[in-house]
Design a protein around this ligand. Structure first.
Ligand SMILES: C[S@@+](CC[C@H](N)C(=O)[O-])C[C@H]1O[C@@H](n2cnc3c(N)ncnc32)[C@H](O)[C@@H]1O
Length: 376
């Protein structure tokens, strides 16, 4: 066989999708990650990167299309890097996410064969309530894949229309030939807000971008808490603006609520949203720095919702000292969720009492893992 190098053109069969978004094809011992692929199809691809064990490729021609392939609903997908999976239908996107997750679980002894209760999902388009956009010389949009050029777009199908409807007026108001950055969002009162030169979360800290799925996630948390029948303290760790603690308080839960989060901005936002009657106790700190001070007991629940990098080792190692036995671990990265559970397992046995998946970001490979864990 001819040596495969950058620029080689090959016929491949894409078996399935990978966590990261690309399709997976194999030639002898080489794994080829093909961007823009769909599962179960034959493609002519061009190698764009070649390493010893793997290569990356782009599609030149679809030889026999995946049964799930569709015309991408968004006409900018080929250039824009935001959605990796528009080229195949939504049900199959969910199937692939589940398959990827099962394969990850299968690699770990104590997770193999574990049952996933449900895969929660909602609208596949128009779900984003916040985006970051750039403008430059009459162009408005996102960065092109792996570049600092703007893809000029008139609409973005995963974003709520109320936001994309602002594109023209933003361009008129800011016609500069210099690159400008904006955050465009709307708040709970339906008011559209445009912030110039702001990076994600700079102003108010983290907030969930998909309202419909966030509500499902909050309700899942509520259900898990009632399943524990615990009436003790609830710790909302990595609390952001108190997305879970405020929701639980609004549902009338009488448990004492504590929210720990390191972003002051998020806490200020949370306090404002919670209002003056709220009894939530807020603490601005890194959870790993204060975990040893948590005075929980067997009736307490810890809600753990870290960013993609997962939890700090120090936090996992100190979890047992809190006294709590019920953990609700929500993760936006299955790899770090698994890593953290492996770490926890090193010094504490536990059962996973409930495991569900949730699709917060349709058209992308991202996946939320919702788990309830009982320490033994
Ligand atoms: C995935 S977000 C979840 C926020 C919130 N639970 C929600 O549902 O909106 C993770 C949050 O953890 C915060 N964070 C990251 N590392 C942290 C740490 N070491 N200690 C405390 N908070 C942290 C981030 O600022 C962010 O608000």
């Amino acid at each position: 066989m001819e040596e495969i190098t950058k620029g080689s053109k090959l016929k491949v069969f894409v078996e399935k999708m990978s966590f990261g978004g690309a399709g997976i094809a194999r030639l002898d011992n080489l794994v080829i990650f093909v961007s823009g692929a769909a599962p179960q199809e034959n493609l002519l691809v061009e190698i764009t990167k070649k390493k010893k064990r793997f290569a990356e490729a782009k599609v030149l021609e679809v030889i026999s299309a995946s049964p799930f392939r569709r015309e991408t609903p968004c006409k900018y997908t080929d250039k824009c890097g935001a959605c990796q999976w528009q080229q195949f239908d939504y049900q199959e996107q969910k199937n692939q996410k589940e398959l990827i997750f099962h394969e990850m679980l299968d690699k770990v002894d104590f997770l193999r064969g574990i049952r996933i209760n449900s895969f929660l999902s909602g609208e596949e388009f128009r779900y984003r309530n916040r985006i970051q956009i750039r403008t430059k010389s009459k162009k408005i949009g996102f960065f092109k894949k792996a570049s600092n050029d703007i893809v000029n777009i008139k609409d973005c199908l995963i974003t709520e229309e109320k936001l994309t409807a602002q594109f023209n007026s933003i361009l008129k108001k800011y016609p500069s030939t210099k690159m400008q950055k904006f955050e465009l969002l709307y708040d709970k009162n339906d008011e559209v807000i445009l912030r110039k030169d702001k990076a994600h979360g700079e102003e108010d800290g983290f907030s969930q971008v998909n309202n419909q799925m966030n509500e499902q996630m909050q309700n899942w948390v509520l259900q898990q808490i009632s399943d524990t029948s615990n009436n003790g303290k609830i710790y909302d760790l990595y609390a952001g603006n108190g997305n879970f603690s405020r929701f639980l308080e609004n549902q009338g839960l009488e448990n004492s609520l504590f929210a720990i989060e390191f972003s002051e901005a998020a806490i200020q936002r949370g306090k404002k949203l919670a209002g003056s009657e709220s009894k939530i106790e807020w603490l601005a700190a890194k959870v790993e720095d204060v975990v040893k001070k948590i005075k929980a007991d067997e009736n307490s629940v810890l809600i753990i919702d870290p960013p993609r990098i997962g939890c700090d080792e120090k936090f996992i190692d100190s979890l047992k000292s809190t006294g709590a036995k019920d953990l609700i671990y929500i993760s936006c990265n299955p790899s770090t969720w698994i890593r953290d559970l492996q770490r926890l397992r090193e010094h504490r046995d536990f059962d996973i009492l409930s495991l569900d998946l949730l699709d917060m970001f349709p058209q992308t490979y991202h996946l939320e893992v919702l788990s309830r864990i009982r320490l033994k």
